[in-house]
Design a protein around this ligand. Sequence first.
Ligand code: OAD
Length: 258
Amino acid sequence: MQYLPDKIRPDARHNIIRAASRIVVLTGAGVSAESGVPTFRGDGGLWKSCRAEDLATPEAFARDPRLVWEWYAWRREIVARCSANAAHHAIAKLAATHPETLIVTQNVDGLHSEAAAALGEPGSAPAMPLELHGSLFVIRCTRCAWRRPHREPIDATLHDTLPRCESCGALARPAVVWFGELLNQTELERAFDAARAADVCLVVGTSAVVQPAASIALATLEGGGAIVEVNPTETPLSPHALVSLRDRAALALPDMLL
Ligand code: OAD
């Protein structure tokens, strides 16, 4: 483990989070790595073997919806076999014990929600994450406003077997944000407002190269708060972090947060 920069004593890292009342937790694919969900960049990352332009853009879907659905069906199968890990559970617990915590994730795997639901705090609704890039397990119409949760297997062998809108019959698509598409502006504003007001932005498992998500942490800095990062490798946010913990999320977070 390394602490960068050496501004605070290592043992004080616990207190930064525990002393904070307003916290934003910004996560990326790395938080789910130990659940078995592939990351996008780095060794074994999805973008090493696939091109985002062929699979994760509106143009790619218009060109070849079967191919895009085949890739999403494959990712859904992988994720369906994965469970929330110790990092998701530690974050869920933090959110349950610090009511002014907002979990903002770029992940589409639903594992933060699974961890929140698993807490099962009697009489209280679990703190659900803001899923900035959507969900693998929601589909929506390419023509009208129809959308619904969807966990059934997808048959992407033929164009005719692809999922269709149950309202207007047009082709349905994964309710994820593709490159070149706008994020939900209401959700984005909520994330930036919370980040600006936060004492700490805990950034976990993101390469911090995709905007606007990566800038959410910088909004905390602008608002006078601190960034705490957990990532085995350096990111563009590392120089701005009060603490960069070079460790895997599932190992570091339970110790740090619980
Ligand atoms: P990336 O794959 O770009 O980055 C994953 C990060 O997790 C890297 O910085 C790794 O060092 C780190 N990491 C790996 N294992 C870890 C572990 N066990 N614990 C903690 N960190 C670990 O994933 P994202 O930053 O989430 O967007 O990517 C952002 C967006 O780019 C995604 O949401 C996706 C992608 O293209 C869309 O599809 C729109």
